[in-house]
Design a protein around this ligand. Structure first.
Ligand code: ZN
Length: 370
């Protein structure tokens, strides 16, 4: 049974999961599970071996024991599309569909491991407060993370009403634009309701997350986009698999103007995680300059024919940008080095185990033949 007829047809918009991001591509990915009689759903919350899944029949709770490998990057997370058993106590999540994008963070400075925070995110909204002095380095850091996830970053300058005049505001927007090539920069005032319609339109076509420092106005922004108090919306009454009414905290919410917002506690205060691609995208103009350097392995310090130094000299490239680029690359390399050490240790363990298994198998065979 197909839940969709044609992509973009009127029947597709009537599918109950469309407000949660269901589309023709997800339907195609799900087809084989559909024929097995499994239910399609999107994870709106995960919680100690269980998750809440919104399905066409409502929200149900499912066990994730089948999909909890030891790799923390491969556990089910908010935003995943999953195939759930239609019945059972408990009912199990059978699998999750391949992710289009994923937000991860390093869990601690000592144990370098990634932790997945949200999956299948299209827009990463980096909220930046205009109530305090702009910290462009911080903006660049969030942008690296956003690019790395596979989502399209959008910078939203909040509390625009605190900026004294329009000229100052346009300068601030321009400043952020120089730190964010290829990224739309919007300004909003939640208290005045200004700029929210533009943002809502940008976010209407996909799933979004809100990133940014505490105090950047993320909660206010979420409230404004949802048109009501987020805490109230988060705690909605749902019917669980046994027909009981339960109160569920939702970390994934359908926006009234279209689109989906993921707001998980873990997404606040994310760090950089193996984001070299992301860093290079944030500093794409430096990457372009570096391609013009005379030497392929130019370190842009004192080499002859260095296009990066030439751009610093003319003022085309602000010194702050180059410093920030180097700082983020160094930080990223430290994280990668730690991950590599962990991976190497894991591979060694794996080989030892395989070696032992191989030896046992050979001995068993010899035993048969002997
Ligand atoms: Zn150079």
């Amino acid at each position: 049974m197909s839940l969709f007829s044609l992509p973009g047809s009127s029947s597709s918009s009537s599918h109950p999961l469309v407000p949660y991001g269901w589309d023709a591509d997800w339907e195609a990915e799900f087809a084989s599970y559909d024929s097995e009689g499994l239910l399609a759903g999107r994870v709106i919350r995960v919680d100690r071996g269980q998750c809440d899944v919104v399905t066409s029949g409502g929200v149900l709770r499912a066990d994730t024991a089948f999909v909890t490998p030891h790799d923390p990057m491969r556990v089910v997370c908010t935003g995943d599309w999953v195939a759930v058993e239609p019945a059972g106590d408990p009912r199990y999540v059978r699998t999750y569909l391949p992710r289009r994008s994923a937000f991860v963070r390093s869990t601690s400075s000592k144990r370098s491991e990634g932790q997945i925070l949200a999956a299948n995110v299209d827009h990463a909204v980096v909220a930046v407060s205009l109530a305090v002095e702009l910290d462009l380095g911080r903006v660049e850091r969030f942008l690296a993370l956003a690019w790395e996830s596979g989502a399209q970053p959008v910078v939203v300058l909040t509390k625009a009403d605190l900026v004294p005049d329009a000229t100052t505001l346009s300068y601030l927007v321009q400043d952020v634009e120089t730190a964010a090539p290829g990224v739309p920069v919007l300004s909003v005032s939640s208290s005045l309701g200004e700029g929210l319609d533009v943002l809502a339109a940008v976010l209407s076509g996909g799933t979004s997350v809100l990133l940014g420092q505490s105090g950047a106005g993320k909660s206010t922004l979420a409230n404004a986009l949802l048109g009501e108090d987020v805490m109230k919306v988060h705690a909605t009454r749902d019917v669980d698999g046994k027909g009981r009414h339960t109160t569920t905290t939702r970390n994934l919410l359908a926006l009234p103007g279209g689109g989906v917002l993921i707001d998980t506690p873990g997404l606040r205060g994310v760090g950089l995680w193996d984001a070299e691609t992301g860093v290079n995208q944030v500093f794409s103009e430096i990457e372009a300059l570096a391609a013009e350097c005379r030497f392929h392995d130019c370190a842009h310090t004192s080499e002859p024919g260095c296009a990066v130094i030439a751009a610093l000299d003319t003022g085309e490239l602000p010194e702050r940008r180059l410093d920030s680029y180097r700082k983020l690359l160094r930080e990223n390399q430290r994280i990668v080095a730690k991950t590599d050490a962990r991976l190497r240790a894991e591979i060694r363990r794996d080989w030892k185990r395989k070696g032992a298994e191989g030896k046992a198998a050979m001995e068993a065979k010899r035993g048969q033949w002997g």
